[in-house]
Write a protein that binds this ligand. Structure first.
Ligand code: PMP
Length: 387
């Protein structure tokens, strides 16, 4: 007989009653931003593939070539025998792209976040983290055993108060923020945070996952776009969004990277990222830094401009992430289901991804959406009274 301990049915029932139960959907891309969701043809507005590179012929070719040359798996961790030459080549390119001395690749951005937070600080230290930071950063903070305090989202004044209060009480203070926030589409006031960091002699970790490929002349993300890369101690990123691949990385000075190689469990005790993913990311990075990359960024801006009916071509920052805040979880599920019937895939974003009662639809536009698809989405949202 099954032990009661393993019976989660009442907890699942509880989630269902709170409109918080999740289930997996089956997704199959068809053409452009069209896809089959559970077999139904829909327009897809929830991808992080902002430049449409996951199906770019050069990116696919890179992955196929690497698979033929190196096989489907590295079959060991990087410190044992998984470290093929694709890694060091991509790490050099990533470091240059991010304006840092060195980079280190991980099997995912999540693992890169766990590694960097937990190896940078420990028991004697303090973390000050933006309240909207990604789950991987919270988890990294927990693993580090540092004292964690949270500052109000994008509020440097609040961060300053905390720095004034705690500076001197801890061995070091690490400030953590995202650059382009994943669920709100707003941007961190990096210049002000850097000023505070310098003044209080703290350290700064920036999760650039959603800004890379998008911000800056060569898509290098927020810190390079503002020419502040040398003031940010550690920059985190992922290959799974604008780079259309999989895997994550940390970019920092040599000693930090060497320390992670020697201390980060999510680096040491896991199989190296597959050759196809490393090669796909390398091809995507070539494109992102080329004229084609600039053209894709322009197309993305055109699509964002089209959505807002405003020419944003010359604005430094415009976000492909557009939250449609609805409020209750049940209402958000209802709106999402109606959209799905109309052939629009926009899943409800709920607690714990966002705070309770702040459920939303998270539109993410890409360079390869068509104007008529965006019009169709807007019309449907307007008819439902949520736009
Ligand atoms: N940071 C942020 C801000 C993210 O949104 C994500 C992915 N949702 C990650 C880190 C983790 O990246 P990955 O998907 O490569 O694990």
């Amino acid at each position: 007989m099954k032990k009661a301990y393993f019976d989660f049915s009442s907890r699942l029932q509880d989630l269902q009653e709170k409109s918080l139960l999740r289930r997996l959907r089956e997704f199959k891309p068809t053409e452009g931003m069209s896809a089959l969701f559970d077999g139904k043809e829909s327009i897809h507005f929830s991808s992080n593939d902002y430049l449409g590179l996951s199906r770019h012929p050069m990116v696919i070719e890179g992955a196929v070539k690497a698979t033929k040359e190196y096989g489907t798996s590295c079959s060991a961790s990087r410190l044992i025998s998984g470290n093929n030459p694709l890694f060091s080549a991509l790490e050099r390119t990533v470091a240059q792209w991010k304006g840092k001395q060195k980079a280190l690749i991980f099997p995912s951005g999540y693992m890169a976040a766990l590694a960097s937070v937990s190896s940078l600080v420990g028991k004697a230290d303090m973390i000050l983290m933006d309240s909207f930071s990604h789950a991987s950063l919270w988890e990294g903070a927990r693993l580090s055993h540092a004292t964690l305090r949270v500052f109000d989202h994008n509020e440097p004044k609040n961060l300053k108060k905390l720095l004034e209060r705690y500076a001197g009480d801890f061995k070091k203070i690490l400030i953590i923020t995202e650059s382009l926030f994943s669920m709100d589409g707003d941007i961190a006031p990096l210049e002000e945070i850097v000023e505070l960091k310098e003044h209080f002699e703290a350290y700064l970790l920036l999760d650039d996952a959603h800004a890379e490929g998008i911000l800056g002349e060569n898509g290098g993300g927020l810190a390079t776009a503002l020419d502040l890369a040398d003031k940010v101690d550690v920059i985190l990123g992922t290959f799974s969004k604008a780079l259309g691949s999989q895997g994550g990385y940390v970019a920092a000075e040599q000693s930090i990277i060497d320390w992670m190689i020697n201390s980060a469990k999510s680096f040491i005790f896991t199989t190296a990222l597959s050759p196809s993913c490393v090669a796909a990311a390398a091809s995507a990075l070539d494109i992102i830094q080329s004229k084609e990359g600039a053209m894709l960024r322009r197309k993305l801006k055109d699509n964002i401009s089209h959505f807002f009916e405003e020419n944003l071509a010359n604005s430094f920052f415009c976000s492909p992430i557009i939250p449609i805040k609805i409020g209750t979880e049940s209402k958000t599920i209802e709106v999402s289901a109606i959209l799905e019937q109309k052939g629009i895939y926009l899943p409800p974003i709920r607690y714990p991804t966002v705070p309770r009662g702040e459920a939303r639809l998270r539109i993410s536009l890409t360079a390869i959406h068509r104007a008529d698809q965006i019009d169709y989405l807007k019309e449907a949202l307007k008819k439902l009274g949520v736009l």
